[in-house]
Design a protein around this ligand. Structure first.
Ligand code: MG
Length: 382
């Protein structure tokens, strides 16, 4: 298939941090994808919370199924726009690798603990996972991914961190854009989580249809679904509505982005990077409708009493772990302890704190709960 001239081209990648021979049976981006799928961090996503803590129910989304949904939407959009489907997939599968246990509650708690030591940001951590923490190749640390994949993983970054990151952080200082495949993965992330959170929220009984109908985007598609299929059961009603919303968002995204690409007429990925704004995006109307939906989910699902209670407890678990491990890093597994000493020598207490954060961020929900029990429950002494 012929790609648009502004698509990322694996043959003209800006390269890997360490030179390697080109793969023979796959493209450079396909190799990146395969390295991500074979990483330990990717397997851990199965047991990390998206919104609902992993053990609350077997059917709720986890970080893993979320990442797969993002990849599926991103591939579809990239293919339709003649952009690089492999790269869009690769970035999508990697985008949440740095997430802590317990979703955003875990991230916020860890960021709080790390306040004096450079902070913690899950998106930055995703890059750290693929650049440093996955450590199983003989010739280099990390997964040694292509620049374009790493560029896509790093979605936001403070100027302070951007300076520390060098080449990959430069665009946050220059205020330039990432490639189109990265832009697609970013919007696909949002399409996936808004819609699966509606689905999970309804299934969990935390959201009601009537309540959701106050959001115009939902009401319109709910009406359309019911008109097309009178007498549906609640499960069908939920699904027929959500699939229409996703189709609308994806179609609008494709059409609006196509128009923007045609009028900007970039002839290379560097033209895309230099463009004054993102070329991938919705029309104004759909952007506003989408914003209303996000606001609704924030107020009614993420802040729901039941979610809030669980997440408050989860924040406490992360805080306790940090409070125990940071002052006494000998409690860490030996390889983390060794690393904490190495980084402490180089960077002082911030180095030690970073290793504690790496250890906690890498935990699955249940590992974090187990570790908490091992460290604090006196009955585990018996
Ligand atoms: Mg995500």
């Amino acid at each position: 298939m012929k790609l648009a001239p502004c698509a990322a081209d694996p043959a003209r990648s800006r390269g890997r941090r360490y030179d390697e021979p080109a793969p023979s049976l796959r493209s450079e981006f396909q190799r990146d994808r395969d390295r991500i799928v074979h990483s330990a961090a990717f397997r851990r996503l199965e047991y990390k919370t998206q919104v609902f803590v992993n053990h609350e129910g077997d059917l709720f989304r986890t970080r893993l199924t979320h990442s797969i949904e993002v990849a599926q939407i991103a591939r579809n959009v990239a293919r339709t726009l003649d952009l690089n489907e492999d790269l869009a997939e690769t970035i999508s599968l990697a985008h949440d690798l740095g997430h802590t246990p317990f979703g955003h509650a875990g991230q916020d708690a860890l960021d709080d603990c790390m306040k004096e030591y450079g902070g913690f940001e899950h998106n930055l951590q995703s890059l750290r996972v693929v650049d440093e923490l996955e450590d199983k190749y003989a010739n280099f640390r990390g997964l040694n991914l292509c620049f374009e994949t790493r560029e896509g993983i790093l979605k936001h970054c403070s100027p302070r961190n951007a300076k520390l990151l060098g080449e990959i952080g430069q665009r946050f200082l220059d205020h330039t854009q990432p490639g189109l495949e990265a832009q697609i993965a970013n919007v696909a992330d949002e399409i996936a989580y808004n819609n699966h959170d509606i689905d999970d929220g309804l299934r969990a009984g935390l959201l009601g249809i009537d309540q959701l109908r106050t959001v115009p985007l939902f009401a319109r598609h709910h009406d359309a679904a019911r008109a097309a299929h009178p007498g549906m059961n609640p499960k069908q009603e939920r699904h027929e509505t959500i699939r229409r919303i996703i189709t609308t968002l994806v179609s609008d995204l494709v059409e609006s982005s196509r128009e923007r690409i045609v009028s900007a007429a970039p002839t290379s990925i560097d033209d895309v990077r230099r463009h004054s704004g993102a070329l991938i995006g919705y029309s104004d109307g759909v952007r506003e409708e989408n914003r209303q939906m996000k606001r609704f989910l924030r107020d009614n699902l993420y802040m729901h009493h039941q979610v809030y209670r669980v997440m408050t407890k989860a924040r406490g678990v992360v805080r306790d772990l940090f409070a125990a491990l940071f002052p006494d890093p000998r409690l860490l597994p030996p390889e983390f302890f060794a690393e904490s000493q190495r980084l402490e020598q180089e960077h002082g207490p911030s180095g030690r704190a970073r290793v504690v954060a790496d250890y906690i961020a890498g935990m699955t929900d249940r590992y974090a709960l187990d570790e908490h029990e091992r460290l604090f429950d006196p009955r585990r002494l018996r």
